[in-house]
Design a binder for this molecule. Structure first.
Ligand SMILES: C[S@@+](CC[C@H](N)C(=O)[O-])C[C@H]1O[C@@H](n2cnc3c(N)ncnc32)[C@H](O)[C@@H]1O
Length: 212
């Protein structure tokens, strides 16, 4: 459950850091301001931080630089290996995912960048239910990910990608579980969270949910 897109990362792991620095033209707009986006997520995290889908460890590095305790859970062995090569002297990349992770003790923040769209909306709700049990009042979930203001915006992004001949991007937008802001609100508010959204490029928003 939730790990259905892992095969993609087996092939992508080695070139992933080239993609985020703009080498893949189809994904340039998705990764525009990547570094500043990760800085903004790291700045909102506090205390003991669980990170999901750290990939090659770019957000992990920023969290560590901010002197936070970080527990990164990454399901892809190829990604974990790269993360460990880069940061293994400071942190251990554990096998785990958004819904299945071994954790003892309280957590102040759950963070993730460019990864939560791998879960269906039903799985997203289950994930928020789990995190709510770990977080104290004031605890946070901070995600940076592609999301859309409405279905109309989502469909327009797919059409624009097709028009530009960006077929990999269009297929990705159609295949994975990108979600609208209203869906996030409907999954979080009944579970006792308040939520804010800030758009940071044409695709990516930072979602910050706070436990009440
Ligand atoms: C696009 S990469 C993002 C990597 C990194 N967070 C970043 O911002 O560059 C998506 C990551 O999510 C991981 N992933 C895929 N399915 C996942 C799941 N169900 N739970 C947690 N992580 C998952 C992938 O292995 C990959 O490392």
């Amino acid at each position: 459950m939730g790990r259905e897109f892992l095969d993609l990362f087996q092939d992508w792991a080695d070139s992933y850091d080239d993609t985020v620095t703009g080498h893949d033209v189809e994904y340039q707009a998705v990764f525009e301001h990547y570094d500043a986006i990760l800085d903004a997520v790291a700045a909102r995290a506090k205390g003991r931080v669980v990170e999901f889908g750290p990939g090659t460890g770019n957000l992990t590095k920023k969290l560590l630089e901010n002197k936070l305790e970080v527990l990164p859970f990454e399901p892809s062995p190829e990604m974990r290996e790269i993360g460990m090569q880069k940061l293994g002297d400071q942190v251990t990349f554990r096998d785990g995912d958004f819904l299945d992770f071994d954790l003892v003790g309280a957590v102040d923040s759950f963070v993730s960048s460019y990864a939560f769209h791998h879960l269906t909306d039903e799985e997203k709700g289950k994930a928020f239910e789990i995190y709510g049990k770990y977080l104290p009042r004031g605890g946070k979930i901070v995600w940076a990910d592609t999301m859309f203001e409405s279905d109309r915006h989502y469909q327009a992004a797919i059409s624009a990608a097709i028009e530009k001949g960006y077929h990999n991007l269009a297929d990705d937008l159609k295949r994975e579980y990108y979600t609208t802001l209203d869906v996030f609100r409907s999954l979080l508010e009944p579970r006792g969270f308040t939520v804010t959204f800030d758009q940071v490029n044409a695709f990516v928003w930072i979602m910050e949910a706070t436990k009440q």
